[in-house]
Design a protein around this ligand. Sequence first.
Ligand SMILES: Cc1cc2nc3c(=O)[nH]c(=O)nc-3n(C[C@H](O)[C@H](O)[C@H](O)COP(=O)(O)OP(=O)(O)OC[C@H]3O[C@@H](n4cnc5c(N)ncnc54)[C@H](O)[C@@H]3O)c2cc1C
Length: 416
Amino acid sequence: MKTVVIGAGIAGLVTAIRLRDAGQDVTLVTKGIGGLQLGQGTVDVFGYSPDRVDNPIAEVEKVSSSDPAHPYAPIGADAVRAGVDYLASLLGGLLEGSVEKNYLLPTAVGALRPTSYIQPSMTNGVCEAGKKLLIAGPRQLKDFYPQLIAGNLARTDLPDGGRVEARPGSFSIPARGTEADSSALRYAQALDQPEYRRQFAAQIKPLVKEGETVGLPAMLGLNNHDAWRDLQDLIGAPIFEIPLPPPGIPGMRINQVLVDMAKEKRVKVILGSPVTAGTVENGRIVSVTAASAGHDMVIPADHVVLATGGFESGALELDSYGLMSETIFNLPLVGTDIPEPTHGDYWGDPQPMFRVGVKVDSDMRVLDASGDPVYANLHATGGILAGAIRWTEKNGEGIALGSAMAAADAILGGSK
Ligand SMILES: Cc1cc2nc3c(=O)[nH]c(=O)nc-3n(C[C@H](O)[C@H](O)[C@H](O)COP(=O)(O)OP(=O)(O)OC[C@H]3O[C@@H](n4cnc5c(N)ncnc54)[C@H](O)[C@@H]3O)c2cc1C
């Protein structure tokens, strides 16, 4: 069986690898990289609903039975559990956690963010009352503000009572040469090298006081996933990574592992090629057309998985008349019956249009207004599903992984 997966975000990559692992012939075609590198390199299953969630999978169960419009309703908690477990198994030791609890981790501005699965380089950052933190970064890195982070952390009441003690620190080391304005990517590449780690650690070690844990910018190695452990040994104190504004190194690590793995497992990966249309015969999509240099490419398909994301990735569009559309198959959208797609209060409530998307059944097949599959072999996963504001609810990865699992299982189980 041939499956074409459209989109290379977390939803597309995981669906493609899962199908390939089960012996399917899989083509992954994408116009660009997905949102993994914009995220924190963690897995959010459910962070806010609307209050902060302690047990994400319990919240998935609750919402899936009480809110039929939410994407977790057709996905269900079992698929979310299976999807997160599957990703963790693909990534080896790069992710750890549980769908039953949320960690509270410091953000780039020193707020606390709930998330379920984190990278081992972040675990020492879990905040507990009385913990002593030194937040430090190189002066040459412009996007990291130790003073702001430490100040905000020190004045935040923890959910179980108490506060952390946090103080800022800085040191001087360019990522290369005499560079005055080094990027996180340059530092991460430099920190992959043992000699540079020694120089970096030598700058930090004298700043650390007895009993302190050191928060550093999230750039402690790109390809070497154990670089942070070596740095920790060299510094002689527990350390952890604090996210930077996007693009983020921890997200790049996951993206790189999944893309390399897809290629290694012989998923046919076609990059830089937007899919523009599909050919339909007898209610099934029999091929998709992708634009590539100089000519269109027609890719035959027994099944198609639409993993193209939402408005942020161009899967959905809002035109100047306020009309919203899905950009490849012109699929029916739900959630469009809103007075205004956007409002001007950018710091207020979430924008209404971000709930717009496609509705699916439990096989992740896209449904029309009467509840029937639009095409018998078209499945949708991830950010294109209607009903959630993923970055506010902090459940984008949970939705992507659960729907990837449900779609792959439906295809492998011979969905009609
Ligand atoms: C700035 C930002 C911050 C976020 N923060 C959070 C957060 O804190 N917590 C959270 O849970 N979620 C967050 N999200 C949402 C989360 O990133 C997404 O829910 C998740 O990445 C969706 O993954 P996806 O695979 O469905 O789509 P994406 O990662 O968006 O990938 C879509 C893929 O489809 C491709 N594509 C699109 N159109 C076509 C086409 N026509 N042809 C071929 N390929 C196409 C794109 O190139 C891309 O590869 C955030 C999103 C953004 C943008």
